[in-house]
Design a protein around this ligand. Structure first.
Ligand SMILES: [Zn+2]
Length: 152
């Protein structure tokens, strides 16, 4: 991602002047990623809780790098399903995706990427259309990889 020239690592949460709050990670359009190392490690250690600040921030970075996916052909379908999913999240008491995803399409994308890598099989079972739309966006299928490894 050539637009991103700097990754700031903080020991733990840090204050964002922009958001006026303590945060675990932040990705800015000027090519900078900020990450709490404590939360990066925690997210990485627990690999199936659908929380991973590293995946989350790099998903934002990817979206910025590819100009909000305006020229990425699978995006149109992904966005259509993603917006439907945001409505579901807002109206349902509990949902497979965490509430934060319903904030806006950027957060929906980042939360989906975390979920995609941390619970791919559950994702595919519960929302197959959305799972395969994400496969098309990221050009990889973690379930297929897991199934190949299981047969070895
Ligand atoms: Zn975010």
């Amino acid at each position: 991602m050539p637009s991103f020239e700097l990754i700031h690592i903080y020991p733990s949460t840090f204050h964002s002047k922009l958001l006026e709050q303590e945060v675990k990670g932040l990705t800015l359009g000027n090519g900078r990623i900020f990450i709490s190392w404590q939360h990066f490690e925690e997210g990485h250690e627990d690999d199936d809780d659908k929380l991973h600040v590293g995946l989350h921030e790099f998903a934002h970075a990817m979206m910025i790098e590819y100009q909000h996916f305006q020229y990425v052909s699978p995006w149109k379908k992904w966005r259509y399903i993603g917006e439907r999913m945001m409505t579901e999240i807002r109206t349902q008491e509990t949902h497979f995706f965490r509430k934060y995803g319903a904030t806006n399409i950027h957060e929906m994308w980042a939360v989906t990427v975390e979920t995609f890598f941390e619970q791919p099989k559950e994702f595919r079972t519960q929302h197959p259309d959305f799972y395969y739309a994400t496969v098309a966006m990221l050009n990889q299928d973690p379930c297929a990889r897991m199934e190949i490894l299981e047969t070895i």
